[in-house]
Design a protein around this ligand. Structure first.
Ligand SMILES: [Fe+2]
Length: 211
C-alpha cells in the first residue's frame, strides 16, 4: 500500500446557502467523501496488479474493469471539489459585477454575459444525469460551456473548469421536486462565489481589443 496516491476529502464551509439546505449539503459532502474513498481504493487495487511490473493475462479482466472506473470516480471527486469551492456560505451576489474578469471573458467569448448565461442555464436544464461546466481553453483563453454525462463524459482534456454546477438530482432533491431543476439552478446562481471562480480564469488574450 502506498500513501503517495491517497487523497483526503477537502472541507468546505457552505452553511446557510440560499435555497440549498444544510441537509442537502450534509448529504452531498458524504457522497463526495465516497468518491474520494473509491478513488483511493481503485488506485490501491490497480497498484497491486502492477507491482510485479506486468499485468498477466488472467489479471486483465479485473484490471481493465478497475481502470475503466477510474475516470468516473476521479471526476466524481474533482468535480465536486470545484462545485463546492465555487459557492459561498450565506450566498453570493447573483451575477458578477460589470467590471469583473468573468463578465469580460463571457463578453469576449459569447458576445455578452447574458448570452453566456442563457447557454449555461440551458445546459443545466438538459435531461440526464451530469454537470454543466464553463471551462476555459488555455490556448486561446476563450470560455465555453459543456454538458458532462455522469462525471466523465464530455470533459475536454486540458480545459480548465471555471464554473461547475452539479445537476445530478441528489444536488437538489431534498429542496426541490425533480421537475423543478430550474429553481435549483436559480438558487445555485444566487450562491456563486465569483471570486473563487475567477481565480481559475486566465485573462482573455484579446482583452485589450475588446475593452
Ligand atoms: Fe453531486
Amino acid at each position: 500500500m502506498t500513501d503517495t496516491n491517497t487523497y483526503k476529502p477537502r472541507e468546505f464551509n457552505l452553511s446557510n446557502l440560499k435555497g440549498i439546505s444544510d441537509e442537502t449539503l450534509e448529504m452531498h459532502f458524504k457522497l463526495y467523501e465516497g468518491y474520494v474513498k473509491e478513488t483511493n481504493n481503485l488506485n490501491e487495487r490497480i497498484a497491486e496488479f502492477i507491482k510485479d511490473g506486468k499485468v498477466d493475462q488472467e489479471e486483465m479482466p479485473a484490471y481493465s474493469e478497475l481502470t475503466r472506473r477510474l475516470g468516473f470516480e476521479y471526476n466524481g471527486m474533482v468535480l465536486h471539489e470545484y462545485y463546492f469551492e465555487n459557492m459561498k456560505s450565506y450566498g453570493g451576489t447573483g451575477d458578477p459585477a460589470p467590471p469583473s474578469a468573468f463578465r469580460q471573458a463571457a463578453e469576449t467569448s459569447f458576445g455578452s454575459y447574458e448570452i453566456w448565461k442563457a447557454d449555461f442555464v440551458g445546459i443545466g436544464k438538459m435531461r440526464g444525469v451530469g454537470w454543466a461546466i464553463c471551462a476555459q481553453n488555455p490556448t486561446n483563453r476563450r470560455i465555453s460551456n459543456h454538458w458532462i454525462s455522469l462525471h466523465e463524459m464530455g470533459n475536454v482534456a486540458g480545459f480548465t473548469p471555471v464554473l461547475v454546477m452539479d445537476v445530478w438530482e441528489h444536488a437538489y432533491l431534498l429542496d426541490y421536486k425533480p421537475a423543478d431543476r430550474p429553481k435549483y439552478i436559480e438558487a445555485f446562481f444566487s450562491n456563486i462565489d465569483w471570486q473563487a471562480s475567477e481565480k481559475r480564469l486566465q485573462q482573455p488574450i484579446s482583452r485589450s481589443a475588446t475593452s
